[in-house]
Design a protein around this ligand. Structure first.
Ligand code: ADP
Ligand code: 5GP
Length: 199
């Protein structure tokens, strides 16, 4: 049995986490990869749940040991996908989602050419900036780096198999749901929990 891998990319602050949380609430069997990072935790982020937070020398050790399926530097920090859980989950036939930035997506395109690659677009750069600011988790330097990187990433959007514009959240959630789970018919309870995740 062999599962599918989906790569989910888009500028920081576009709403990738929000979209995945809403859709995956109804699909607990899906495996959302937990990345390693050298970034410091944001308020509310939990080690081993949102990321594996680690020092740069530990991250480099893991790179040297070939423990990452892909890794990249983004806005001054390193991020990488642990290889073993992905191989295990795919072998178990599960749908595996990698929420990663552009360079990592390009690496996965080489190692997993059959992976479906999705890019999430903001309605505009102004709206992206306002979302990053409203999230209230990044300092001015980090915001500037994320916006500069966003322009590079948006220019590469057509490398991806599918583009989703995250303008209206409910519409984008429905679109992602239809892409990831084309045969899924929500029960009335699931439909209302989907709507609840969006509000
Ligand atoms: P990412 O995971 O891509 O960095 P987040 O999921 O953290 O982005 O979303 C960034 C901010 O934008 C959050 O405050 C979130 O509530 C908000 N947001 C997400 N999608 C929308 C949308 N369609 N309309 C308005 N705000 C949104
Ligand atoms: P943030 O600091 O906002 O959580 O993430 C910054 C960027 O790093 C986002 O674009 C996010 O998708 C990306 N990212 C998170 N984990 C990984 C990973 O394992 N590999 C790569 N290449 N990018 C990642």
């Amino acid at each position: 049995m062999s599962g599918r891998v989906v790569v989910f990319t888009g500028p920081s602050g576009v709403g990738k986490g929000t979209l995945l949380r809403a859709v995956l609430a109804n699909h607990p069997e899906t495996y959302l990869s937990i990345s390693a990072t050298t970034r410091s935790p944001r308020d509310g982020e939990v080690d081993g749940h949102h990321y594996y937070f680690m020092a740069r020398d530990r991250f480099q050790q893991l790179v040297g040991a070939g423990e990452f399926l892909e890794w990249a530097e983004f806005a001054g920090n390193c991020y990488g996908t642990p290889r073993q859980p992905i191989q295990d989950q795919v072998a178990q036939g599960r749908l595996v989602i990698l929420e990663i930035e552009l360079e990592g997506a390009r690496q996965v395109r080489q190692t997993f050419p059959e992976a479906v690659q999705i890019f999430v677009m903001p309605p505009s750069l102004e709206e992206l900036e306002s979302r990053i600011r409203l999230r209230g988790q990044d300092g001015e330097g980090a915001i500037a780096q994320r916006l500069a990187q966003a322009k590079v990433e948006i220019e590469a959007a057509d490398e991806f198999d599918i583009q989703i514009i995250n303008d209206d959240l409910e519409r984008a959630v429905a679109q992602l749901e239809a892409i990831l789970f084309p045969s899924f018919e929500p029960t009335p309870a699931e439909a209302s929990s989907l709507a609840g995740a969006v509000s």
